[in-house]
Design a protein. Structure first.
Ligand code: 5GP
Length: 198
């Protein structure tokens, strides 16, 4: 997705060879126009798949997911990282080790919002080692619902989450795929700008 790739080039800050900071439009401040375009792009890539729900994880997955849900005309559910006092019964849970925070969180979703009739599009902001996406897949499968696919805003292709998930047979659509963050520079995968590459 050209617009996203340009934004990453202009505003992304390379923190290390493995971590990209995009606080100015995705992870802290949010660019609503860009999120709206991202929502349209996800809806286009996952059109005609019978999606009934978008599932993401708080907090940075929420903005792109809401715009995708708006375009697809379906509700958006976000997994919580901390147990809420009002969310105690009938929880679907999974353990997710955070790549950026180095801690393991138990994520949870009420079984009221995902059930066996659902066809779920999983969305997240970044794909690194795949732990967050695998945790969300686990929750969908515990609910006996179907995973329609996984939509990622920024995939880091040099980490192996994408490979693992594709090998398991999940359809992944990443809007930008980064091949390297070495020498303080963002490089995108050759021959793609994140367009339609699985
Ligand atoms: P994974 O679970 O695939 O290892 O990592 C994905 C999660 O870690 C995402 O939900 C995202 O919040 C965070 N993450 C992973 N890599 C990066 C990165 O380079 N930059 C930022 N801002 N977040 C990242």
């Amino acid at each position: 997705m050209e617009l996203l790739k340009n934004k990453i080039e202009q505003e992304g800050i390379v923190l290390s060879n493995t971590v990209l900071k995009v606080d100015s439009f995705l992870n802290h401040q949010i660019d609503p126009n860009l999120m709206s375009e991202i929502g349209k792009e996800f809806a286009k890539r996952f059109a005609n798949k019978g999606i009934t729900k978008v599932l993401t994880i708080e907090s940075s997955g929420i903005a792109p997911s809401v715009f995708a849900g708006l375009e697809l005309g379906v509700p958006v559910v976000f997994a919580r990282k901390r147990k809420s006092l009002t969310l105690i019964n009938d929880l679907l849970t999974s353990s997710v080790h955070s790549f950026t925070k180095g801690e393991t969180n138990e994520i949870s979703v009420s079984n009221k919002y995902i059930n066996e009739n659902d066809v779920v599009l999983i969305i997240d902001d970044f794909l690194a080692n795949g732990q967050a996406a695998l945790g969300l897949v686990d929750i969908v499968e515990q609910a006996n619902a179907k995973v329609a696919g996984i939509g990622i805003v920024i995939e880091k292709g040099f980490q192996d989450g994408g490979k693992q998930l594709r090998e398991k047979g999940y359809v992944i659509e990443s809007l930008a795929i980064i091949s390297s963050l070495e020498n303080g520079k963002v490089s995108f995968e050759a021959g793609n700008k994140g367009e339609g590459v699985n």
